[in-house]
Design a binder for this molecule. Structure first.
Ligand code: BGC
Ligand code: BGC
Length: 978
């Protein structure tokens, strides 16, 4: 039944797509859009029950309080000591942003001037300091992932952390593992690493460590299932629907999307950003199942959860569901109203939010601060997000307090060298029939394509890189930074050719076919010879910018600017055509890749500021390519098995995106659907060759897995709440326009709230106020973050020999894949890799370590990880499809689960997965919880819509501005103690 329903509903987008009546969507120019938006064959039995239209999310309360597990103990001790001194409004100030463009960073919380505690600066992005000048623009996540090098993952994180620190950033808004990359068209996939959760998990953990070792708080985002840009905040143009719901089953959640977040939590990520869209029809920032149950309880996350910008949709509900900080603090950008701020003060005063919950929010935020050792490493914010002028307004939106806002501090150090190395090491050689490496002796080098050259507006000429002009070195959106410079491929290649006394010409107009053909012909002439290097790209980004009709997500998987035609035009004349692609993900190469005149194909990823130097290092063999593609290149869009939802499919209600394909994304889908990739996941050539031999498996008996038991301590409270009179705006207080303050207008809380629904009797989710000791989850931990610590017990050490059989030194990334066995499991899943440098003729040893989690499946019945009794095999080789070595794994007795659990874990238990994922209660929308309190609800009464943001119906929120003249502000919580 569920199967039929889901299948029918899944077919809806297609139907809608074919009628052009939907005025709500920008028309896409070519043909019937997205003809193969659904792939019925991709439906996985265990996933269907969870991936249902209108699926609900089970309630989970109370919000777990941080305990200071593992290496967080000291940070918690300091945080509790600090928070114990705070008044209620000072605590609220930690939790609430001052409003969009209220201070210098993309997010700032309130300060605590009484204790000389500054507002924290939260700044994008995952590849550099967004809006910063004189800072390094690193390669994007997808390119660093392609290095498959743990050391480089760490180093890039550390470089970025240092630069954020030196610009005065406290919280760096990265790295990204959501989107994971369910569909290759996903607009923000490139900000993250790879659709493989294991590779992404290793990359995010190392990146977090690198950032936080520079004493900056990392923010791993966007939690969770934020897999597409369309409808992330509702449906344009007027956002009359709620945001999209990603509907998922429990097993897929754990084995795929939650996996890298678990690694980030284990690595100590001190903050996590909850996402815009809904998960099983409950918003990401008020979903008690994903926040309370999965993140804080099961994974034992000790840091704080901040909202994505305007992803908060309720006051009390989001607090009870586990959100700890709202960003940028106002209900919608510069509304002057807030779900928290004064309304949080009121909610605590009237008991709708228990004191232990606000204390826990404040402690978690301060614990993050101490965990990364911010004291002693703080730098005053010396840049401004809203102007590059040296002088400007401290409060940009309000145009108040004109002063110096930019110090133009150069924080680059020598990171450009690393940036070049990362980009070169993350470049993947996909085809080589002799075109590469170039020798430098080419008589005529011809370069083609706008992607080789400079954007005519300059590297930062399009705001947030929202255009595709010139060479692509960054996607678009908030995940960008300003280039301090951008070395184009053309200028770097030109410098190289010149040094060899060669000749180089170029045509950078993608459509100038006469000139393109003429130049290509000259290269191929007798007595001339040389190389034609064609550059092409494919771009994507965040949904608030549309480029060439792509609303963040890509509309297709083709090259931009008719790249296919450009390549074919050159290859028609030039018998040594080398194609270089800068793309955010896979593109379809069918139209040209087999052409014998195309002698080499290179994927140069999203390389950052050193683009030209890095590609030149590869083309001329100064760096032997060793990158491996972190995603699959298919020959059709359908071969990926899942697509985005481009058209609304639920009337006026939230679009429903059913993740029916379970864990089968990217290579897992290709294997399952019997699709042959053009270039498989993990593939990449070198200028040398490697041979694999001598697989050895050493077993370590870690003993049986013991579920965690016992109880947490009860929730602590720190200090006392105080009296409403203490928190009224101080007299003569100057309010900056649209700035969010923690103070209330009067001791009459009802009046102060301005909420017409104040005092309405509602029932709160069971357990939401329970501060008593809570049972630990079996899969959770009472010892350290990351879940049950035995999941990380070492079970096997695997080694293999890798011999360089060619003439030059080269890097190889041996990969370990595992077949977990069972009827509905992927053929293989990645479970180990290591980047090795091997001298010609020499042999290096590859080593991988398998821990218990690596061998386990999520069992929806026992709500824990189990090693099933299905036979398991490991494979080692150079890609997901070139696996010359294999061996069955002998699971030690007593470690694998009894047969019954095996069956459950493997997928025959579709029903239990829906039970686990859906529960009986409705999603904890604010309607269910807001009621007698201040916090305005979005789902409750009338929902007014404007500007793409859902506004609360509250008539006269306490924070509405009444300009009181004069004076200096800074959310002065201090006065409240007077
Ligand atoms: C993005 C986040 C970003 C935030 C602040 C949001 O729209 O989704 O990734 O950190 O804005 O710019
Ligand atoms: C901002 C981004 C933010 C987005 C939210 C944009 O105006 O520049 O930082 O991610 O709005 O939709």
């Amino acid at each position: 039944m569920a199967f039929t329903g889901a299948a029918l509903l899944a077919a809806l987008p297609l139907a809608l797509a074919q009628s052009s009546s939907s005025a709500a969507v920008t028309p896409i120019p070519s043909g019937p859009p997205f003809p193969d938006t659904t792939y019925p064959n991709a439906t996985v039995p265990y996933a269907v029950a969870g991936a249902q239209t209108n699926q609900t999310s089970p309630p989970s309360y109370p919000a777990p309080w941080g305990e200071g597990l593992g290496d967080w103990a000291d940070a918690y001790q300091q945080a509790r000591a600090f928070v114990s001194q705070l008044t209620l409004t000072e605590k609220v100030n930690l939790t609430t942003g001052v409003g969009w463009q209220g201070e210098q960073c993309v997010g700032n919380n309130g300060a605590i001037p009484r204790l000389a505690f500054k507002s924290m600066c939260l700044q994008d992005s995952p590849l550099g300091v967004r809006f910063g000048d004189f800072a390094t623009a690193q390669p994007a996540g997808v390119t660093i992932a392609a290095t498959w090098d743990r050391g480089l993952f760490y180093l890039r994180g550390n470089n970025m952390g240092e630069e954020h620190r030196d610009k005065g950033v406290d919280v760096m808004l990265g790295p990204v593992v959501g989107p994971l990359g369910r569909s290759p068209e996903g607009g923000r996939n490139w900000e993250g690493f790879s659709p493989d959760p294991y590779l992404s998990g290793v990359a995010v953990a190392e990146t977090v460590r690198g950032i936080q070792d520079a004493n900056v708080i990392a923010c791993t985002k966007h939690y969770i299932l934020n897999e597409q840009e369309h409808f992330r905040q509702g449906a344009p143009p007027d956002y009359l629907t709620e945001a999209l719901s990603s509907n998922i089953d429990d097993k897929t959640m754990h084995e795929l999307y939650l996996w890298p977040f678990a690694d980030a939590v284990r690595a100590g990520t001190a903050s996590i950003m909850c996402s815009y869209q809904q998960i099983n029809n409950s918003y990401g920032c008020q979903n008690s199942y994903t926040l309370n149950h999965l993140l804080k309880n099961e994974l034992g996350f000790q840091g704080f959860v901040m909202s994505d910008w305007d992803a908060q949709h309720s006051g009390v509900a989001s607090a009870l569901a586990g959100m700890d900080q709202t960003m940028p603090g106002d209900e919608s950008f510069d509304s002057g109203t807030a779900y928290w701020g004064a309304n949080l003060t009121i909610a605590v005063l009237n008991g709708t939010i228990p004191q232990w919950r606000i204390d826990d929010m404040a402690v978690r935020i301060m614990a993050a601060y101490y965990y990364v050792d911010r004291p002693g490493h703080e730098v005053d914010t010396n840049f401004d997000s809203w102007t590059q002028d040296t002088y400007g307004f401290q409060h940009f939106y309000a145009s108040e307090d004109y002063r110096q806002v930019n110090w133009h501090v150069n924080v680059q150090q020598d990171h450009y060298q690393d940036a070049r190395n990362f980009a070169a090491k993350g470049t993947v050689l996909l085809k080589n029939t002799g075109g590469l490496p170039l020798t430098g002796q080419e008589k005529l080098t011809a370069v083609f394509g706008s992607d080789a050259a400079e954007n005519q507006y300059g590297p930062n000429g399009c705001p947030d890189r929202g255009c595709d002009n010139g060479t692509l070195a960054m996607g678009w959106g908030s995940g960008t930074a300003n280039f301090p410079y951008l070395i184009t491929p053309l200028e770097a290649i030109k410098a190289e050719v010149r040094s060899h006394r060669g000749s180089i010409e170029s045509v950078i107009d993608d459509y100038a076919y006469d000139q393109i053909t003429a130049l290509s012909r000259r290269v191929a002439q007798p007595l001339v010879g040389g190389a034609c290097i064609v550059f092409a790209n494919s771009d994507a980004g965040e949904g608030y910018i549309t480029v060439d009709y792509n609303e963040g997500d890509r509309n297709n998987l083709t090259l931009w600017h008719n790249g296919e035609d450009l390549i074919n035009a050159v290859a028609a004349e030039c018998n040594n055509t080398i194609v270089v692609m800068h793309t955010v993900g896979p593109v379809l190469v069918n139209a040209w890749y087999e052409n014998p005149n195309i002698t080499a194909i290179v994927w140069a990823g999203i390389p950052g500021e050193e683009s030209g130097n890095a590609i030149t290092d590869i083309l001329y063999g100064k760096v032997n390519p060793g990158g491996k593609t972190p995603f699959t290149w298919g020959d059709s869009r359908g071969s990926y098995g899942s697509d985005l939802l481009y058209q609304t499919n639920n009337g006026v209600n939230a679009p429903q995106d059913n993740f029916e394909n379970g864990v089968f994304i990217d290579y897992r889908a290709f294997d399952r659907l019997g699709e042959t990739p053009v270039y498989e996941f993990g593939f990449g050539l070198s200028y040398t060759t490697f041979e694999y031999s001598n697989l050895q498996v050493q077993s370590h008996n870690a003993g049986p897995y013991v579920p965690t038991s016992g109880q947490t301590p009860p929730a602590p409270t720190l200090g006392s709440i105080g009296d409403a009179a203490d928190f009224v705006y101080p007299t003569d207080f100057h309010r900056v326009e649209a700035y969010i303050y923690p103070f209330i207008n009067s001791t009459n809380l009802r009046q102060s709230s301005g909420d017409p629904a104040y005092g309405v009797n509602v029932s709160y989710p069971a357990g939401a106020f329970d501060s008593s000791a809570q049972p630990y989850l079996a899969a959770g931990s009472n010892v350290a973050p990351g879940g049950n610590q035995q999941l990380y017990d070492l079970m096997f050490t695997v080694t293999a020999d890798v011999t360089n059989t060619g003439d030059v030194v080269g890097d190889e990334v041996p990969q370990l894949y595992l077949s977990l066995g069972g009827p509905d499991e992927p053929a293989v899943v990645l479970r180990g890799f290591e980047r090795l440098t091997v001298q010609p003729g020499e042999t290096a040893q590859f080593q991988a370590q398998l821990c218990r989690r690596d061998l386990s499946n999520w069992d929806v019945v026992s709500q824990n990880w189990v090693i099933t009794s299905y036979p398991k095999t490991i494979y080692v080789g150079s890609s997901s499809r070139k696996l010359p070595l294999q061996q069955a794994l002998d699971i030690p007795a007593g470690v694998a689960a009894p047969a019954a659990s095996s069956a459950a874990a493997s997928g025959s238990a579709a029903v239990s997965s829906s039970a686990a994922a859906s529960g009986s209660a409705a999603a904890p929308s604010s309607a269910a919880v807001s009621g007698s309190v201040a916090a305005p609800s979005s789902a409750g009464a009338v929902t007014q819509i404007s500007d793409g943001q859902i506004q609360a119906p509250s008539a006269a929120p306490t924070t509405v501005v009444t300009q009181i003249s004069d004076g200096q502000i800074q959310a002065p919580a201090s006065s409240s103690t007077a």
